[in-house]
Design a protein around this ligand. Structure first.
Ligand SMILES: NC(=O)c1ccc[n+]([C@@H]2O[C@H](COP(=O)([O-])OP(=O)(O)OC[C@H]3O[C@@H](n4cnc5c(N)ncnc54)[C@H](OP(=O)(O)O)[C@@H]3O)[C@@H](O)[C@H]2O)c1
Length: 325
């Protein structure tokens, strides 16, 4: 689309969204004023939380903050030594909190791993499930060049893993008529993201799945929430320095746990939240403008990821040269 068309679209924006001002006020109230549901409403002290991808980044932070809130923890991720170190850290900081660890590689999609997880959780009162495990592309890559293994792993970890873990946990929550199933989504699931096409598709899958599940489980007293996040400092994002738009895992998880049940800046899907303040404002703006400027937003997103790819390839080249000399 030519730039003049975009300007024409933008000039029509208020007509397309006559309730824009009210919707922005609602976002501000949700992000800054209204409280979320109490975590205690999902289970009594001594009940359990399952965190997938618990050994690093956001998963580790979910584990630490939920331990502080006096939930016991089942910590699941790939590297046993990191899980054991986290379990020891939690026991030292919160001596009354119990932990169990399970090292499994979700990319294997192995029945015996899920059987081991089932054995671990079947006797426990699980009040919260944090579906956090996820993999993205190692660097932005055109779909045609995406290595088959990376493509398969993204779908197996992000989609199949989340579905299989949730199926183990949901029946108990329905029986107890309480619980929270929180799944880490991404702006990649909200906006089509060229050069991260498989990751973007996997998060869009989680968005539709989680919203459908939210509707199914609401009559059973179980809360479901998908969290829409932009960037956060972590190994996955490869960003170390926090800023107004890129929070640390600690700040991000604090906002998530304090705003359960509030939509924040998310307006286009039910049972969904974008609770970190700057991400919320961005989510609101993006969903408002993509209605009239869809192709423009996607092409901007493509240029952004093309430039990240160029930089990543140059860095890899420099490192290869250093090694060879
Ligand atoms: N960071 C961001 O900017 C961002 C933005 C939007 C959404 N998200 C989403 O937030 C979630 C967490 O991301 P993060 O940034 O915290 O990631 P991270 O720092 O890379 O941590 C990933 C965690 O998942 C575990 N894991 C990775 N692959 C696994 C596998 N195959 N099997 C078992 N465990 C595995 C890792 O375990 P090991 O340590 O043992 O490898 C680690 O504990 C993901 O779903 C991601 O898509 C992140």
């Amino acid at each position: 689309m030519e730039i003049s068309k975009h300007i024409e679209c933008l000039s029509k924006w208020p007509e397309h969204y006559p309730s824009g001002v009210w919707s922005f006020l609602r976002v501000i109230l949700s992000l800054f004023v209204l409280p979320g549901k109490s975590l205690r409403s999902f289970g009594p002290p001594g009940s359990w939380v399952v965190v997938t991808g618990a050994s690093d980044g956001l998963g580790k932070e979910f584990a630490l903050q939920l331990a502080k809130a006096r939930f016991n923890l089942v910590l699941v991720s790939r590297t046993e030594s990191k899980l054991v170190a986290l379990s020891e850290e939690i026991t030292k900081k919160f001596p009354n909190v119990e932990t169990k660890v399970l090292a499994m590689d979700f990319a294997r999609n192995a029945d015996e791993d899920y059987a081991a997880l089932n054995k671990l959780v079947s006797e426990l009162d699980i009040s919260i499930l944090i579906n956090n495990v996820g993999q993205s592309h190692s660097i932005p890559v055109p779909f045609a060049l995406t290595p088959a293994e990376e493509m398969n792993n993204i779908i197996t970890i992000n989609c199949t893993g989340t579905l299989r873990v949730t199926q183990l946990i949901v029946p108990g929550m329905i029986q107890r008529r309480r619980g929270l199933i929180l799944t880490m989504g991404s702006f990649g699931g909200l906006l089509p993201t060229p050069l991260l096409a498989t990751y973007s598709g996997s998060k869009a899958f989680l968005q539709q799945w989680s919203t459908s599940l939210g509707s199914e489980l609401a009559p059973h007293g179980v809360t479901v929430e998908l969290v829409q996040a932009y960037l956060i400092t972590s190994a996955m994002s490869k960003i170390r320095r926090a800023s107004a738009t890129i929070p640390t895992p600690r700040a991000f998880v604090r906002s998530v746990l304090s705003k359960i049940g509030r939509s924040g800046g998310s307006s286009s899907y039910a049972y969904t939240s974008s609770p970190y303040w700057s991400h919320g404002v961005m989510a609101w703006f993006l969903t408002s403008v993509t209605g009239v400027m869809g192709s423009f937003v996607v092409s901007q997103n493509r240029s952004f990821h093309e430039s990240i790819r160029k930089r990543a390839l140059r860095k890899a080249e420099r490192e290869a040269q250093k090694k060879s000399t």
